[in-house]
Design a protein around this ligand. Structure first.
Ligand code: ATP
Ligand code: MG
Length: 662
């Protein structure tokens, strides 16, 4: 590093707030600082701003209906179609502009570009094919597909005919597919033959078939052929299965009138990843959800039609639903889809894509950012990333060091970074800075969005002092919220409302949404999400948030990533176990171990001092990239390990176990 670089690093390290760059503010979709006050004073009518982002076939007559809490409704009486909003209405002005830019994993494979005209045509043909199969309004269609263009095409085709989709992440197991198809009574499946992962073709249909064997009712399957002949696996289609080409291409040139859906009609169902307990079938609606996805894409991601917007999530997660498909397409922009992983064939693959397509926004996850940081800045440095205007992160807390690395090495200190807190259940972003208005504080997601009423409370529901840890709650409903858990209203109430609501009350004001995350707030109303409420370690009666300890550890030079869990301890009740991945070029030696312990003592206090620091090349992660803490706890306790098959990297478990036993 040159002296200038070192100086810069030192300055960044000190700095704890960042103003949005002037050049960004000047062109931002939202730059009016009064928006917070205006929305507060004008609630719920303020949310007409979100509804206004859409074209309605029938105007709604009520903005918000709180008469039957917690079954809230938005834009009641209104009718619209999501596919018409994402496609048809853009045709006149933007028919020739690119809607989806798809990049496959193999670098020698041609990308696929869909203009709005193209996408409209393909969606219409697919909608006609689904109709012919017998898919009717409100029939749930399951999709078990990786990042191939037929996935959003199928989703929009469903939306066109009013059939809710339920997308199951392609990395999930056969069992997960069967559970979800059974739970949703879904009789239709769209899947594919296989796809590529780090250069190798994977057999996907075999897994899909295995899942179908455990579905309790009759099904029909459409199979997209993703792999070329020579890579295709040897499958005989079953009687109730046919190829996408045969099903869809029989409808060349077909036009399907978009079905007018009630604002409150289900647009899709999404089962949460199941990091904790049984998957929950989160129900999202046509009017509220779509307006929420569109408004937040506009206000937070600053999406404009001319942009080339890149979200590196998988469409199998809510992030991909809201911020690869529905939000960006509703705004008529170009949305990128990348099939592969960021490290294949090389660790600069994302940067290569950003450079080649001149991406204007990048929305990714802290786990990816920590990996980039571990790999080193030489990878992004090889590319011209100056097309980027805004960066975003979602999925878990991001520690200040990773935030600053992202800000500096990807954004060149010229792009605001939005750290967006939200959930499958919220439909879209809830807590984050408006990038054209608010200063950013690394490590803190930011204030609640305008019109969103977030409070940090204690177990009795009283607001806690700034700086103190408590529970995040949302005091007022919002359009994008889930309406229920599919066919399980009771669990919906138990899971999200019972904790902080007066459940006997008919007044919506007595109802409070509980996302089950811990958080703290500062004097300026900035919220730091500390993680799930169960991610707390009780050391000698002191409740310590794992996130805070992790943040202290990751702040130590040489540490790329850390996960902290509680292990049983005779004296203390629980003790802190820290699993640590080092940055490339650093060893997990005594020196680093001491620095980590020192870092925790300085940052939080001696009470949080780790009992053991375990260096590991990888952490066990779920398919959505979240650290599987329960498993790490079992390892710390020397307990029997449960099912590890839902892990992305089950192999790491044994090697970690060995170290802990030493
Ligand atoms: P499940 O609910 O099935 O256990 P999950 O909660 O991991 O799965 P998601 O809905 O995808 O499934 O994730 C939402 C959760 O992710 C939030 O409740 C929060 O714990 C965490 N999260 C998301 N974004 C952020 C963020 N910016 N900062 C901190 N935490 C975040
Ligand atoms: Mg959750």
């Amino acid at each position: 590093m040159s002296d200038a670089d070192t100086e810069l690093e030192a300055r960044l390290e000190e700095q704890d707030s960042f103003e949005p760059p002037e050049s960004f503010v000047e062109q931002a979709n939202v730059s009016n600082p009064d928006i917070y006050e205006e929305f507060e004073e004008n609630w719920p009518e303020c949310w007409e701003a979100a509804a206004d982002m859409l074209d309605w076939e029938t105007e709604y007559d009520q903005t918000f209906d709180g008469s039957n809490p917690p079954f809230f409704e938005w834009f009641t009486g209104g009718e619209l179609n999501a596919s018409a909003n994402c496609l048809d209405r853009h045709l006149d002005e933007r028919g020739d502009e690119v809607a989806i830019e798809w990049v496959g994993e193999p670098t020698d494979e041609a990308n696929r570009t869909y203009t709005y005209e193209d996408l409209h045509r393909e969606v219409n043909e697919a909608a006609a094919a689904l109709r012919e199969m017998g898919v009717g309004e409100d029939d749930v269609v399951t999709m078990y597909m990786p990042m191939i263009p037929e996935l959003p095409i199928a989703m929009l085709a469903c939306a066109r005919i009013g059939a809710p989709h339920s997308v199951v992440f392609a990395g999930f197991s056969a069992d997960a597919l069967a559970t979800r198809m059974n739970a949703a009574d879904s009789e239709y499946l769209i899947t594919c033959d296989g796809y590529y992962r780090r250069g190798d073709p994977l057999d996907h249909l075999e897994k899909a078939n295995e899942g179908l064997d455990n579905v309790e009712h009759d099904t029909e399957t459409v199979v997209v052929e993703r792999l070329p002949e020579d890579d295709a696996f040897d499958h005989d289609l079953r009687d109730d299965q046919r190829l996408w080409v045969d099903a869809v291409h029989a409808h060349k040139g077909a036009e399907v009138e978009p079905v007018a859906r009630d604002a409150e009609d289900m647009l899709f169902l999404m089962y949460t990843s199941g990091t904790t307990g049984e998957p929950k079938g989160v129900k999202h609606t046509t009017g509220g959800y779509l307006s929420w996805a569109a408004w937040t894409s506009h206000a937070v991601l600053d999406i404009k039609p001319e942009d080339t917007y890149f979200c590196s999530a998988d469409i199998g997660w809510i992030t991909g639903h809201s911020y690869i498909v529905y939000g960006p397409l509703a705004l008529g922009t170009t949305t990128m889809m990348y099939e592969g992983t960021p490290d294949h064939p090389e660790r600069d693959r994302l940067w290569e894509i950003v450079e080649e397509y001149e991406a204007t926004q990048l929305y990714t996850a802290p786990t990816a950012i920590r990996a980039f940081m571990k790999w080193g800045s030489e990878f992004p440095d090889q590319h011209d990333l100056s097309s980027l205007r805004l960066l975003g992160t979602v999925g878990e807390p991001i520690n200040p060091r990773a935030w600053k690395w992202y800000y500096k090495h990807i954004g060149n200190e010229e792009c605001p970074v939005v750290d967006t807190w939200w959930q499958t259940e919220t439909g879209g972003m809830m807590v984050t800075t408006l990038p054209g208005v608010k200063e950013m504080k690394p490590g803190s997601a930011g204030p609640a969005l305008p019109g969103i009423d977030a409070e940090i409370v204690d177990t009795t529901g009283e607001q806690v002092e700034p700086g103190r840890a408590g529970y995040l709650t949302i005091q007022k409903p919002w359009p994008g919220m889930l309406r229920t858990l599919y066919q399980n209203d009771e669990r919906f109430v138990d899971e999200y409302w019972r904790e902080y609501s007066d459940t006997d009350s008919d007044d919506w004001r007595d109802w409070t949404y509980f996302p089950e995350d811990g958080a703290k707030i500062d004097e300026d109303g900035y919220i730091t999400v500390l993680g799930r409420v169960d991610d707390v370690i009780n050391v000698s009666g002191h409740r310590l948030g794992t996130m805070e300890i992790e943040s202290a550890i990751v702040g130590v030079e040489g540490v790329a990533e850390a996960a902290v869990v509680g292990g049983d301890h005779e004296m203390k009740g629980e003790a802190v176990y820290a699993y640590v991945i080092t940055e490339d070029g650093y060893d997990g030696d005594e020196e680093l171990r001491d620095a980590i312990i020192q870092g925790v003592e300085d940052g939080i206090g001696p009470i949080a001092r780790p009992e053991q620091v375990i260096f590991t090349p990888e952490l066990p992660k779920t398919r959505s990239g979240k650290i599987m803490r329960r498993l790490l706890e079992d390892i710390a306790n020397g307990a029997e390990l449960g099912d590890t098959s839902t892990l992305r990297n089950p192999d790491v478990v044994a090697s970690i176990q060995e170290q802990v036993q030493k």
